[in-house]
Every structure is written in C-alpha cells, then in structure tokens.
Design a protein around this ligand. Sequence first.
Ligand SMILES: *Cc1c(COP(=O)(O)O)cnc(C)c1O
Length: 451
Amino acid sequence: MGIALLRDAADRAGRYATELDGRSVFPTNSALDSLSVFDEPVPDHPDNPASVLAMLDDFGSPATVAMSGRRYFGFVIGGSLPAALAANWLAGAWDQNAGMAICSPISAKLEDVAAAWLVDLLALPAETQVGFVTGASMASFTALAAARHAVLAEAGWNVEDDGLFGAPPVTVIVGDEVHISVLKALSMLGLGRNRAIRIPVDNQGRMRADALPDIKGPTIVCLQAGNVNTGAFDPAKQICAAAHKRGAWVHVDGAFGLWAAAAPSLAHLMDGVQDADSWATDGHKWLNVPYDSGFVFVRNGDALRAAMSTTHAAYLVETVNREPCHFTPELSRRARGVETWAALKSLGRSGLAEMIESACRHAKQFARGLQTAGYQIANEVVLNQVLVSFGDDDATRRVIAAIQAEGTCWCGPTIWQGRSYMRISVSCWATTTEDVEISLAAMIRIASQTA
Ligand SMILES: *Cc1c(COP(=O)(O)O)cnc(C)c1O
C-alpha cells in the first residue's frame, strides 16, 4: 500500500484537527450545498486513490459537524483522545477481525487487558465479563439477552434453543424515564416494549423505589445511571435489594453515568449500582474513543455466554482463551479493544478521574453562569448535564436555533416534564474552562438579543 497515500491522509486529518476549534461547530450552508458533488452515477472506471481522498477532504471535511471539538455540547457526544484516535488509525491499517482469538491474538489480548481494567475502574464485581460492542444500545441488547436467558433458565426454559413461543412470561420493569434504546432492545428480544411496566419517577427523573410492584416469576428490572436529560441516578441500592429478594435480574443503562464510578468525587452517585447483574455503557461518549464503541458487563458470565455463543461450526477453531465472539452478537467485527486500551493506558486511573470530574465542573460552571444571567436551570446538576430555559418554550426554541446558527458552540433542544429546554452536555476530554466562558458569553449575548 502506498505510504504516500497514508501520509496524505495523516496530513489532512492533522489539518482538520488543528482547524476544528476555530471553525463554526455546525457546517456552513455553502459547505452543505457543496455536498451535491457526491451526487454522481456509479463511476464507470477506477479512480486514483489520492484523488478519491482529496475529494473526500475537500468536500467532506467542511461538511462535518465539529463533534469531536471542544465546544460541542449536543446530545451526549465525546471527542477522541489523541492516543485513542492514533491507535484507531493504526488498528485500521492492521485491519484485524476481532471475532476470534485465532484471527487476531493482539486484538484478543488488548480486549482481555482493557476488559479487566474497565471492571476495575468502574468498580464492578471482579467476576464480571465484558463484551466489546458498538454502543450502549447494543450493550443493553446484549445484557438483556443474558438476563432473558437467566430468568427463563431459572424457570426451566431454554430460550436460545426453544425461543419464546410457549415460554413462561417474563415481566420487565422500567422507569418512566427509560431510554429509548432499552425499549428498542426489549422489542428486538421479543420482550415487547409495551409490555414493560413503567414505574413513576420523581422530579429529576429517578425511578421511585416505593412504587416498585410486587415481583413474581421471571423478572427483569431496568435501572438508569445517568438520565439523558438531568444526569440523575435511579435509587439502585433499594431497588436491587428488593429485586434480588425475589430472584429478579437488574440491568443498568449507564451509557455515560457509569463513568461516575471512575471519579472519587462522584462515586457516591453509584451507590448500589454495582449490586446489579448487568450494565451497559458507551466508550464513544465519556471515554472519548472514536465511534463506534460500547461495553456490556455481565456479572454472571455463563448467562452472557449462553446468550451469545454460536452453535458449533467445524471450521471455527476455538482456543482455550476467551473467545471474543462469545460475548457479543457479532462474529466478525473491528478491534474496539485497541483504542479502549490506548485511551485507558494514556489516561491512567488519575487521568480518567480528572477527565470525568472536569466535565462535571464545567457543567456546574455553565449552570452558575446561566443562572447568574437570570435564566432558569431545571435540574440538579449532579453530573455533566444541564437543562436551561430562556423564558417560555417559544423563546427557548428561538434562542437554541440562534445559538446553533451563530456557531461558537452547539447545544440541542429537549422536552423535560412538558417544557422546552436547551440541553448542555459536557463530554469532550478537551473542553477547557475558557471554552465554557466563550460559550457562556455567546449564549447569554444571543439569548438577550433573541428571547
Ligand atoms: C446515548 C445513550 C444510550 C444509547 O447509546 P448509543 O451509544 O447511542 O447506542 C442509551 N442510554 C443512555 C442514557 C444514553 O445517553
């Protein structure tokens, strides 16, 4: 393969990264209009890879959203740590199939190491098994498949062999603020999103432990660590205790909130979360590794393996090692453990804690600044999420649109308990106090002119 082409790619990527924080966070209209160059029929003849790359950079790069930049506060979106991005490029050149240890010993090794580090850093039970998946959605799907296996096995039913027709019914309990990805997982697993019993929540979106119904028979309870709007944590201690007394499985969607465990000043939020049976989290959000990356954690490794193992195929050679494909829905896949390892190796325990804590400090800085300017903050800022209103719903929506158009930073809208808010989520490793000041100044100026 031409080294010149890879150098060219590295130069272009380097230029992109350098210019990222100086440009409008959302692409300009002219950059978006230029995307029409990609509308062409199937090329009849080969093209030179260098021109393919040049076209991609010339027209593609300006049309990207500066999502890995320091002032992108939309959704819950991390950037890419330098070591993680660089490792991702090298791993791209390796082009390893991470599904089986025999295909890629290096990928399997780094998954083993990163899995053990994650379990340690997130303070999960030592026996917890880990799968490297695309994100928290797939992590919840995988964990809930393990849960479905375990609660039905307890009732004498093998769901992998015999399916759900004729199986004992499985009760699923979720909070009223359950994330859509958990409902999607339930729908894909044949557990049905409308069958789930929804428990009322308090004013921060936390499930009310006192509203938990009587648990009988095969049951899965889904908790949340880190509400996508408020950042709030469900009362895991009480709910895990009540659920476990009746033999239920407790799953935690901790797409970003689980990382609180890695920061001493926030670890109290995780009180009782570690009592659960399975956990889902993202790598591409708060760990700041490139898309796509998520982790499923299951305390009972046998249940995870039972749910994810394939039936035997003669050509797939199994080694004595941990076989990555027995922990995920995929067989062939990319080597996500590589950049996970690189991120954790470059941060260390203290660097990870500081990355999580600084995002939370910045969220508090946003809340203080906006409140001082006279705007209402709707949530207790316990983590990295802030909900702010700029007046009535119309005013808030107009201010959000104006902030997005102005380009200093980018935040999205949300509806919280029936009202419109702007949602600020601080998840990028590179965001500084100065970025927050610059963004606050822009928000307050735009709000005073617009609202
Ligand atoms: C983002 C998020 C998810 C889904 O994660 P993906 O990485 O998009 O699959 C699930 N739950 C919560 C609370 C989230 O914030």
